[in-house]
Design a protein around this ligand. Structure first.
Ligand code: FO1
Length: 310
């Protein structure tokens, strides 16, 4: 597609799978991805950016496709040794993946911004797409549970989402500024796609950064979102538990409702077609298609549908 500059808002695995299809129908250099960094965590003194890495590894073709995160065929010798030394080892960082975190942390300590570091990593991976953190500032998604408040990764990975969710808090939200390139990418895009990511702790996090929602309302680009909810549930991840914990209805409609102040088109799954009139009552055009992405053909088909809405 000529002259189409597409900006996507993305979380981790679901977004990355969609983007695999998108870059097969739009030139890679015309794709910019603004990524959630609320999941970032410091481990062993290293800055780990799971969603940035999931997106960049996936687009570079080196992701562990089965898990959706980490590097394929990675080994875990370093983590094994850390465990022997008595360190916590609940977050599965592979040896090759650790190299990324060492490099990122080194560059951040040298004074580079997270945007600059991400650009260097992407260039080294041979990526032509632009991948941007939502902010260069410290930002941490905290989950309030019946067992206390904890980092998002602690809630999801360490404790396996077993605690009852009472709320979500974004630490740093008052100070965090959007990465300038991210704001420009929204304002100057010819089309914007909100990927099928968690509406609370992936897209919700990006939207909470001061100025991003306003930029989405201001941009002249058409905005389409793909529902991460299929048949009233999520394919993977904590969205359902988080939405329930926040007292929300778990439905495609609920997701559209969260985006209604800036959204033009909402793509929902055939299994949720009954929600179409409710979504349209919000003043949003609703498109019903199969959204489950199992094969590359599924991903390409969904990307084409999203692009046809812009
Ligand atoms: N997810 C897990 O469920 N377990 C893990 O041990 C784990 C390790 C991990 C390491 C690097 C990385 O980039 C991602 C990793 N993830 C892991 C995925 C990650 O926690 C989440 O999927 C995202 O933060 C949510 O998008």
């Amino acid at each position: 597609m000529a002259d189409l500059k597409v900006t996507c808002l993305a979380g981790g695995v679901g977004a990355a799978r969609f983007l695999q299809g998108l870059v097969r129908v739009v030139s890679r250099e015309d794709v910019t991805v603004v990524v959630n960094t609320g999941d970032d965590i410091e481990l062993y003194g290293l800055h780990v950016s799971p969603d940035l890495d999931i997106v960049s590894y996936t687009l570079a073709g080196i992701v562990d496709e089965e898990k959706g995160w980490g590097v394929k065929d990675d080994t875990f010798s370093c983590l094994g040794m850390l465990k022997n030394l008595g360190c916590e080892s609940w977050f599965n960082l592979g040896d090759k993946d650790l190299a990324t975190h060492i490099y990122r942390t080194h560059l951040l300590e040298e004074g580079f911004s997270l945007s600059e570091v991400t650009a260097k990593i992407c260039r080294s991976l041979g990526l032509e797409e632009t991948i941007l953190p939502m902010t260069n500032d410290r930002f941490e998604t905290r989950i309030l549970t019946d067992k206390g408040e904890m980092h998002f990764q602690e809630y999801m990975v360490k404790r396996g989402m077993r605690d009852r969710v009472l709320g979500v808090r974004f630490e740093g939200v008052e100070q965090a500024k959007p990465a300038p390139e991210a704001l420009n990418a929204i304002l100057e895009a010819s089309g914007i796609i909100v990927c099928p990511s968690n509406p609370i702790v992936s897209i919700g996090t990006i939207l909470s950064v001061r100025g991003i929602r306003e930029a989405l309302k201001k941009t002249r680009a058409k905005i389409v979102a793909i529902s991460p909810i299929i048949a009233g549930t999520v394919v993977k991840g904590p969205a359902e538990k988080l939405m329930k914990g926040l007292g929300m209805e778990v439905s495609a409609f609920s997701v559209a409702d969260l985006y209604k102040d800036f959204l033009d088109v909402f793509i929902l799954d055939t299994a949720d077609k009954k929600q179409k009139p409710r979504v349209e009552a919000l003043g949003i055009k609703a498109i019903v298609v199969d959204t489950l992405m199992k094969t590359m053909e599924d991903k390409i088909r969904l990307a084409k549908v999203a692009l046809s809405c812009l």
